[in-house]
Ligand binder design. Sequence first.
Ligand code: CA
Length: 420
Amino acid sequence: MIRANDPNLRSWVPIPEHSDFPIQNLPLGVIKVNGKHHVAMRIGDYVIDLAVLNKSGLLGVDFVDSLFQNEFINDCIELGREMTRDLRNRVSRLLDDKHDELRTNVDLRESCLLPIKSVEVCMPVKIGNYTDFYSSKEHATNVGTMFRDPANALLPNWKHIPIGYHGRASSIVLSGTPVKRPNGQTKAPDQENPVFGPSKQLDFELEMAFVTCKSNPLGSSISTNEAEDYIHGMVIFNDWSARDMQSWEYVPLGPFLAKNFASSMSAWVVSLDALKPFRVPGPKQDPKPLPYLQYDGDHNYDIELEVLIESPRFNPSRICHSNFKYMYWNMVQQLAHHASNGCNIQVGDLYASGTISGPIKDSFGSMLELTWRGTEPLKMPDNTERKFINDNDTVIMRAFSKNEQVRIGFGEVVTKILPA
Ligand code: CA
């Protein structure tokens, strides 16, 4: 077992009840202190400044200063799964209530353990490439039913290929960053000509995304057995979509401006190591995928997901809860497929799951599905209705894994929509 995962560990740092960030989590992120970016880990409502901690010598290994005096976690995760596991174990030991070195060193403790409210939390990853998959069978079935043919909702390729497309990395923003409603070209079905203006069907997509920590040379591939060495961890991902722009523009080349104006992600990258206790078997894949997509072991994860809407007129109101375990294609299959043609995966790439819908209506991961393309609006606490997302609405996504002993969470992605 990974030492830092021991459910019996307790920290001397106070952890609020139901916190997403117990000592068993210790996700990586980036903070800004005194104008400088440092790599950090989160525990409870505190962050551990790894740049300061590393200088103290208490980690027991001297990591190069530039790993942590860094604007992003990329160099740190590029150390590889084994080294970041070792780093997490070392930090865990210093925060463990059986160890006093850091707790009793008041000066050091006060300079490296900082209340999260006292620091600026920054975008953790310099994202080179962003790919969006389409791996929830329930989501693909819902969309196929609405837009094409209920009898043949899944296209013939869907159960053979983890379908995906290349998204845009430059417009991925951190939780807390407001997003402006996009302008774009749309054409209503009953109109002859398109118009240009603010999207009328702005939607969220409830997704998780993984961050890669290893690269393969161009022209080489990655097997499903090797794929986990390439995945450091995961974040919550809201892949904003303008449905009216999408339905007009996507033929024949797929998503473009309806998707690339913004996607929002959570700030703390939770390691696959910390999620290990929550591995579960995936759905049975029938037909059996081609050999390069077959895998051993369990690669789905039991991660509870929820979406809430808040507005100036009402408090956060939950509109959907789903689970990452419903994914038909898992992350190792997605990555093996992505590199199967020789495409080079790079450190700091982001791979989103695609909208995660579950089997029942309130587990659908988008307004498109929850309101069935606007035909069944959702009632809000102030008695207004939502078909899609209004200006000044805030969409909140949360994700956490939980068993009887420990809760490993991702925090949240909070995004306010501003007028076009
Ligand atoms: Ca998506």
